[in-house]
Design a protein around this ligand. Structure first.
Ligand code: KG4
Length: 339
């Protein structure tokens, strides 16, 4: 009999449901929330309300597209955390009620391991290049910047992580300071393509081991802008592309510097990238350059699996299902969890 997993993701501002059948992704539906755009960031209360409106139609659509009825589902996998508590609660409560009503197992998934395991998402008839264990994964999103040593589907160790802001958060904030829209990542990416990455210099952190820090860069960007604007009120308008390109290049340099050191120390050449910021073209190009220069085998996910989605939760749930790794209905959501 087929193993069919319903995955549910609601950790931030995307409501998503997906169906995995015998390890193959059959459907993945994501409802984005445009309500946050005018606020320049995710408003938690509005996110929870939108999840409430979206969750039933999104799950329904995922099942419909997969041609799956609820009686066919083997287990429900849900994002337990980390994320916004009000947002998580919508998905967690829905998953618990759904699984209880069908008397099927529940599987809790860490959002971060979900991002890493997005590399194992296989669509029907796709021949997938998967990373081989052990591999390193650079996980870069709006809330996290981590280097993870992945030894199996369930054995992951964080080698380093941000001690303050995440890379995506820093890019979003700098973009806000420039008066650009939200989220800033894709806008900076677009502008950077026509800019000079060496036009401006911003502070890089000096912290030990494989940890990251992005709050200093954010401050350096803000203070530099302020002083330039004093001399030229149209400074941002006149230098938008160069500012974006220089900011992007600095973030990419910081990320790749530590990743290169971790790869060298652990003698690993299987290197993956995951999370929303992995959509960034500057980062993707740097990965390709590193592959050439250092002989890395690199794994870059499809754009649709870089940002939050339930497909990655469902595939993580599938691997846990095969291990009989289920959770109790009383398991709470966590806004902060470690791997
Ligand atoms: O993984 P994700 O969708 O959500 C979190 O779990 O945080 O990541 C969202 C982050 C945002 O900071 C967004 O600006 C950034 O990913 N992002 C990008 C790009 N696309 C999304 N950053 C740089 N370049 C992009 N093309």
């Amino acid at each position: 009999m087929s193993v069919i997993i319903l995955g549910i993701e609601s950790s931030c501002d995307d409501t998503s449901a997906a169906i995995i059948k015998d390890g193959v992704l059959i459907s993945n539906v994501v409802a984005n929330q445009s309500v946050h755009e005018s606020y320049g960031g995710v408003v938690p209360e509005l996110a929870s309300r939108a999840h409430q409106q979206n969750i039933v139609p999104v799950v329904h659509e995922a099942m419909k597209r997969a041609n799956v009825t609820k009686e066919m589902i083997s287990a429900v996998a849900f994002t337990r955390g980390p994320g916004l508590m009000g947002s998580l609660l919508v998905g967690v409560s829905f998953a618990k009620g759904f699984a209880r009503s069908l008397n099927i197992p529940l599987i809790d998934v860490n959002h971060l391991t979900g991002h890493v395991l997005a590399h194992f998402l296989k669509e029907p008839d796709e021949i997938l290049q998967q990373p081989k264990f052990p591999f390193l994964c650079l996980l870069v999103s709006g809330g996290n910047s981590q280097i993870i040593l992945v030894e199996s589907y369930s054995d992951m160790t964080v080698l380093g992580q941000t001690i303050d802001d995440a890379a995506g958060e820093a890019i979003d904030k700098c973009s806000k300071v420039m008066g650009l829209g939200y989220p800033g990542g894709p806008i900076i990416d677009r502008l950077a393509r026509n800019g000079n990455p060496k036009a401006f210099k911003f502070n890089k952190p000096n912290i030990p081991d494989f940890d990251y820090s992005f709050s200093g860069l954010k401050t350096s960007f803000l203070y530099s802008l302020r002083s330039w604007i004093k001399d030229d009120p149209n400074f941002i308008e006149n230098n938008k592309n160069d500012l974006a390109a220089s900011l992007e290049a600095t973030v990419v340099d910081i990320l790749m510097d530590k990743l290169r050191k971790a790869a060298k120390k652990h003698n690993i050449k299987e290197i993956a990238v995951a999370g929303g910021v992995s959509a960034n073209n500057g980062l993707r190009n740097s990965f390709r350059e590193h592959a050439q220069k250092y002989g890395w085998n690199i794994y870059i996910p499809k754009f649709s699996y870089t940002t939050d989605n339930a497909a990655m939760i469902a595939i993580n749930g599938y691997f846990k299902y095969l291990d009989n790794d289920f959770c109790s209905i009383s398991l709470p959501a966590y806004s902060r969890v470690v791997l």
